[in-house]
Design a binder for this molecule. Structure first.
Ligand code: ASP
Length: 345
């Protein structure tokens, strides 16, 4: 064993990676992290310190709520000086939301925080969990000239290291379940792990890690579809306490030209509800001045979400609103990239 140069903390939140089949019902249920280690004697082969902690009880990621994101931030903050990197084992279903949220909550982060999970439990013969976990640990420990190679919140899945707030889960059964359509992968794992240092976010201001814990969840996602009715839009925008909307539009940010839609959106915007336009397409960006059907949204005061994922737009709005910002301050911050989440040309 080398002198204690490197150390990694694994935080097990739950998810398929650590599940086992209930013999009576056949359903997958969480089990204890100790069992995970039993299935992974390989963990002992790393020549550096690996420690772990876990959520009690572990959660399916469908049950991960903002207060659980705050728990993760607390754990990372309290252990920040003790470890070189962090690996978060998490269910895949909402992993992209958690990764996006953490990227905003961990201000001035300059160590790796790698989220990973699996499509098959780790005790199953063909599991993808082993590879995902082992490589994530390697990435969390990787350094060049004493500095971490990765210094942001990422998802590692099926050989790809991706910026967390750029990811989306795109497949419910394939091992290759995540994509970062609008930002290149930060590293590819084959025989070697090939990093792309120029693409990795670095915090160079020298400030200490600043944890943020507060979220305001008065945010809704409104997805347009042909046939959407006025009453549906009106009811959504009239939700008591609503502060922000992620409007999922067509193509490059287009919406039907119905007068009632423009009117409801304009009124909501005037009332102080922040409305952010995000495309329903996986890849590409919102350009509201491209077509007449987009331009009218621009005139209603709706903001471009640029090439943001829905996951990133929702969590960023909750994060900004959680800091008590006014609608105009939130609007301003939505037009700025704070953790590499959007590309502004
Ligand atoms: N339902 C599980 C979860 O997200 C699925 C998974 O882990 O892949 O927690």
């Amino acid at each position: 064993m080398k002198p204690q140069l490197t150390s990694v903390l694994i935080i097990y939140t739950g998810g398929t990676i650590g599940m086992i089949e209930n013999t009576e019902t056949g359903a997958l249920e969480n089990f204890n992290f100790e069992h995970l280690q039993k299935h992974l004697p390989e963990l002992k082969k790393f020549d550096f310190k690996i420690e772990s902690c876990q959520f009690d009880p572990p959660r399916d990621s469908s049950d991960m709520e903002p207060e659980a994101w705050a728990d993760l931030v607390r754990i990372i903050y309290q252990n920040y000086s003790k470890y070189d990197g962090f690996v978060i084992l998490h269910g895949t279903d909402t992993m992209a939301f958690t990764a996006s949220a953490l990227s905003f909550m961990l201000e001035n982060l300059n160590k790796p925080v790698i989220l990973t999970g699996s499509q098959l439990p780790i005790g199953v013969l063909r599991t993808d969990g082993k590879e995902n976990l082992m490589t994530s640990i390697e990435i969390a420990a990787a350094k060049y000239k004493e500095k971490p190679l990765v210094s942001e919140v990422c998802i590692f899945f099926e050989n790809h290291l991706m910026r967390g707030n750029r990811t989306t889960k795109i497949n419910a059964e394939n091992f290759n379940a995540f994509r970062s359509y609008n930002y290149p992968t930060l590293a590819e794992a084959g025989i070697h792990i090939k990093y792309e240092p120029s693409l990795i976010h670095r915090c160079t201001n020298g400030k200490p890690l600043t944890p943020h814990l507060f979220f305001d969840t008065n945010v809704v996602i409104l997805k347009l579809f042909p046939g959407i009715q006025e009453s549906m839009v009106a009811a959504t925008l009239a939700i008591p306490g609503l502060k922000a909307v992620v409007l999922e539009t067509y193509g490059s940010g287009n919406a039907p030209r119905s007068q009632w839609l423009v009117q409801h959106l304009t009124d909501a915007n005037k009332k102080g509800i922040v409305i952010v336009n995000v495309t329903q397409c996986g890849a590409g960006t919102v350009e509201m001045d491209h077509y007449e059907t987009g331009r009218q949204l621009l005139q209603s005061g709706i903001l471009s979400g640029y090439d943001s994922t829905t996951e990133s737009a929702v969590t960023k709005l909750m994060f900004l609103l959680g800091h008590g910002l006014t609608p105009d301050e939130v609007r301003k911050m939505m037009q700025i990239s704070i953790a590499g989440e959007i590309t502004i040309k």
